[in-house]
Unconditional design. Sequence first.
Length: 401
Amino acid sequence: MCLVSRYRLAPSPAQISRLLEHCRHARYVWNLGLEQRLMWRPDRPATPGYVTQSSQLTEARAAESWLKAGSQTVQQQALRDLDQAWRNFYNGTHQRPTWRREGVHEGFRVVGSQALRVEKLNRRWGRVLVPKVGWVKFRLSRKLPDAKSYRIKRDRAGRWHLAFAVIPEPIQTPGTGEVVGVDRGVTVSAALSTGELLSCPGLSGPEQRRMKRLQRKLARAKRGSNRRGKIRAAIARFKARESDRRKNWVEQTSTDLARRFDVIGVEQLRIRNMTRSARGTLEAPGRNVRQKAGLNQGILAQGWGRLVQRLEHKAPGRVEKVNPAYTSQTCSACGHVASGNRESQAVFRCVACRHEANADVNAAINIARKTAAGRAVTARGETAVQVSEKREPQHAPPMVA
């Protein structure tokens, strides 16, 4: 398991021009190699692999001066990345490789001895020797990792980053035996069984209004014009700001949970299916498409998947995914299950015992109990499926007068 350790690059205008040229070359080689792979048909011979494509790249560099002016290390690594992408696709772990586009896929990777040319200048700054670019400074925001490769990438907001693939150090368990349940929502990003309500910060009110104005201007701007490009860059800066805040909140929240609790229970949600579009087809158009699109945006803005992913990275073996069935309809006080228990998004009032609580906190308590019960039963040698079958009610119990 590898994670990305990113640093902010500070290239000069001349270096930016060379970096963009490397990005164009890597994108060109990737797309050309992908086109060759996609030409395969059942009645045709096998398409060229990495070794053949690498020799073809050598011939192309000898024939084309503009390609020879670039870095051979960057171009060959693009072919290696493409070959690995196809291997991942055939292994069933990733989707099929796609085309790389200008303005979207701006980056390249350096592997080998050249990737080791990274130095620390002082407490705040470091520098990296990029092939045919020279020494480029970057902000030393954390300790330099021991990595054998790095990737340089520009995001849509125009910021350059230096990223290393490293193996993270897990956070040590506190040893208290405490179990916490985490209920993820849209209004409240994460509710804990301890009663804490955590919200992922997004754009402020004025920032959202500014974003809407920019989006309206973008709709009126002529395609391909300089004005449209400036508006898109301004929108990208707002989206990058929102993404940075979400990532920072996820990092702080996951670290805090990993340090405070021995076991962390979350619902096993299929976020990709939950955020699937409801547009349908021409023959069978969907219903409430706009409302579903707003819900999808709300779910993705809370960082549900990234929070669980980072928890698994920082607390390996201590994150339990439980069945989400009935967690929001079960009373944490008496155990009564009924759809009418949850009056609204925030209010839970049991129709049997009249217990009142925050709906998200009530669900988090049920998640924590499922997690503790699953751990206890699994320790006796039973499977998670058996635990789920014993724990889940088949129907709601009778009402208590």
